[in-house]
Design a protein around this ligand. Structure first.
Ligand code: ARG
Length: 460
């Protein structure tokens, strides 16, 4: 029992199964850099406040540096019986520097320590997500610039609705990922708060200076309430929530890419490097990456639910339940980071097939709204124009042709009082060109959107 750093009041050792059940070092060892940085900042703060001497702080910081070097080099013996990353490092530190190692934990608890480690880690991960998201927006904007003149059927209910430019379609996704970027930045404000100095839950009798330790570690500020500081995991829920929306957006894009890669759409050709074959059907080129990303979205949502449920009903303050917060975040981090990165690389190389998109415009009467708007231009109330255009659609459908193949007489008989100039309006290209409303698929709007994105990308 005396082997444990907390073993003073215990007579018997922990049972092996309990040790295996309670340990976290098998995964929280990943926090060693943050843990060491946190300990060094704590030691320096203790010295500034006169709780330990400057020499002692020096010794502790240098010892911790050596521990870090050992871990970096893979020379470190992680011990399950030492439970977690904190006690493994502290035990080794004390081996290196001797009894002064025991002073490091003055005025500190593992409760504020793990808060520091986890927040530093989430901070670093979210900054990586931000960079990856900006990279993905950049690819979408770049591909949108190439395809301002490529038209495809815009859908509602996955049914042909109106012609849109591929640029407009891609920029819709760029908007989603830009929002995700903003969400991550907003979440970071609450991640970047240091709990160091809260000690176990109530503060301490030593004259600590949490604010200076927070600055030392690069946090924006220190906690305000020690009890909240050691039990708050909102930031992890928010981070996983932001990750969940990133995956939601990715999975929507995946779904469209999967559809578009189907030969019946044929809108895209996936790069070989981002597709896989079948073990039995020689012709197959499957969009497995998109399918996996869509699937992994469920796993990230699972972590969000797990994290929320973990916190539900927890009394103040630190409870060991909170140890279960790390693995979901690590998993989400891995999944989100890899998914955003791979999507950017894949989109950069996807081959769009404008001819297939244009061919698809011919089916589904995407110009029926244009016809109605034309009639409105001639003074017909919109409801009546809608009806007349619908009658033309029914006629064309029964004849197996498009609206533009109907004669002026046929349209008139169906109740649409048109002249020869209607055909200019029925052209899909014209329908996109003529859209002037802000934010729409018209060329001016798309150019303006691209300009705003260029400004945004220059700043991110
Ligand atoms: N391994 C713990 C965690 O991840 C560290 C804090 C443990 N504190 C305690 N009082 N047992 O939450």
């Amino acid at each position: 029992a005396d082997k444990k750093l907390w073993g003073g009041r215990f007579k018997e050792g922990t049972s092996a199964s309990v040790e295996a059940y309670t340990e976290s070092v098998s995964y929280d060892w990943r926090l060693y850099r943050e843990d060491i940085a946190g300990s060094q900042a704590h030691a320096r703060m203790l010295a500034r406040q006169g709780v330990i001497s400057g020499d002692e702080a020096e010794t502790l910081c240098r010892g911790l540096e050596q521990v870090r070097a050992e871990i970096d080099a893979g020379d470190f013996q992680w011990k399950v019986e030492l439970e977690d990353v904190h006690m493994n490092i502290e035990a080794r530190l004390t081996e290196i520097v001797g009894p002064v190692g025991g002073k490091l934990h003055t005025g500190r608890s593992r409760n504020d320590q793990i808060g520091v480690d986890f927040r530093l880690h989430v901070n670093r991960s979210l900054k990586e997500w931000s960079e990856l998201l900006a990279g993905l927006v950049n690819v979408l904007v770049h591909r949108a610039k190439e395809h301002q003149d490529t038209l495809l059927p815009g859908c509602t209910h996955l049914q042909p609705a109106q012609a849109v430019s591929l640029a407009q379609h891609l920029l819709a996704y760029a908007c989603m990922f830009r929002r995700d970027h903003e969400r991550v930045a907003d979440c970071l404000k609450r991640v970047r708060v240091s709990p160091l100095g809260a000690a176990a839950l109530s503060g301490t009798t030593y004259p600590l200076d949490p604010a200076s330790a927070a600055m030392d570690l690069g946090f924006d500020r220190a906690f305000e309430n020690s009890m909240d500081a050691v039990s708050d995991r909102d930031f992890a829920v928010e981070a996983i929530g932001a990750g969940s929306l990133i995956m939601a957006h990715l999975s929507r894009l995946c779904e469209e890419l999967i559809l578009w890669a189907n030969p019946q759409f044929g809108y895209i050709r996936l790069p070989d490097a981002y597709s896989t074959g079948s073990s039995i059907m020689p012709q197959k080129k499957n969009p497995d990456i998109c399918e996996l990303m869509r699937g992994k979205t469920g796993r990230v949502y699972g972590s969000l639910m797990g994290m929320l449920t973990l916190l539900k009903g927890l009394p103040m303050t630190y409870n060991r339940d909170l140890q279960e917060d790390k693995e979901p975040f690590f998993d989400v981090d891995r999944t989100v980071g890899a998914s955003v990165g791979i999507m950017a690389d894949m989109l950069d190389q996807v081959e769009f097939v404008p001819q297939a998109m244009e061919r698809a415009l011919e089916a589904g009467f995407l110009n029926a709204t244009e016809l109605a708007d034309y009639l409105v231009g001639r003074g017909m109330p919109f409801r009546q124009a809608h009806h007349a255009s619908g009658a033309c659609v029914a006629l064309a459908e029964s004849l197996g042709c498009g609206l533009a193949e109907l004669s002026v007489e046929q349209m008139r008989e169906a109740g649409a009082g048109v002249d020869e100039d209607v055909y200019a309006v029925l052209s899909y290209r014209a329908s996109v060109q003529r859209r002037v409303s802000p934010g729409g698929t018209g060329p001016d709007s798309v150019r303006e959107q691209l300009r705003v994105f260029d400004d945004w990308l220059a700043q991110h």
